[in-house]
Design a protein around this ligand. Structure first.
Ligand SMILES: [Zn+2]
Length: 256
């Protein structure tokens, strides 16, 4: 599943291709959007900005209209030079925005909606989002406030995936952050101090920021079930955690 770093990176590439460029065409090939008339509603409007917040992405057009998307498990944004071959089948394209030089395409996008800017501010799902882990000034107090308002019997690994606590963290960065901070993802929130919770974010945030720049470091535990820990040789463990049963990975020795 794309995490916040993937979305921020896509937003930057899309912004470079779209902002200030004349939009030649907007197409919604998927039948689900056939009646939405977005091409007519967006005709002649320039893109002001492309922004991300957690795993949500917003394409802001002139005249108070915004396309909001969330890729969930399967979606992907692509930015292509005109004439360049797409990495997924055109049949899976839900949205195409074309300029003289580029095509910006959303594939398999389960959440794609056109809304007014006002609604993006008041939409309940968006208002419920926790502080964005990739924001220039990550709001630590708000993060701790949300975490302490959560069920304190919940494991820290599970709580970090809840976008109401912190927006943008997904399964991979959660596992890597818990490892680097030396915290067992199963430890209950009530047994995790504020300093420890901040330490996990303090570890995963720079990893995500590096990833936005296209720099990928060593993967310590994610997807390494049964392999020896790179630090202590103990086999890495993996087990489904939380309501969504997402597989979490950890070293039982380094993360005691
Ligand atoms: Zn270890």
């Amino acid at each position: 599943m794309p995490e916040g770093d993937t979305i921020l990176s896509a937003a930057r590439r899309m912004g470079a291709a779209l902002v200030g460029k004349p939009i030649v065409a907007i197409e919604t090939p998927h039948p689900r959007h056939a009646l939405d008339r977005w091409p007519e509603r967006l005709d002649g409007r320039a893109v002001r900005a492309v922004e991300s917040r957690g795993k949500h992405l917003f394409i802001r057009f002139d005249g108070d209209l915004t396309l909001h998307s969330h890729l969930r498990m399967t979606g992907q944004w692509g930015v292509y030079r005109r004439g360049q071959r797409w990495r997924r089948s055109p049949r899976r394209a839900w949205l195409v925005i074309r300029t003289d030089e580029h095509e910006v395409v959303e594939f398999d996008g389960p959440v794609l909606e056109l809304m007014t800017d006002a609604r993006t501010r008041f939409d309940r799902r968006l208002a419920a989002l926790g502080p964005d882990v990739l924001a220039a000034d990550f709001d630590e107090r708000r993060f701790l406030g949300r975490l302490r308002a959560d069920d304190q019997s919940r494991g820290i690994g599970d709580a970090l995936l809840d976008q109401r606590n912190v927006a943008g963290v997904g399964n991979m960065w959660k596992a890597e952050g818990c490892f680097k901070a030396g915290i067992d993802p199963w430890r209950r929130l009530r047994d995790v101090s504020d300093a420890e919770a901040l330490a996990v974010v303090g570890e995963l945030r720079p990893l995500m920021l590096k990833s936005v720049e296209g720099r990928h470091g060593t993967r310590w535990v994610y997807d390494r079930a049964g392999l020896p820990c790179r630090r202590c040789q103990t086999p890495i463990r993996a087990r489904g955690q939380g309501d969504d049963n997402r597989t979490t990975y950890w070293c039982p020795a380094c993360q005691a």
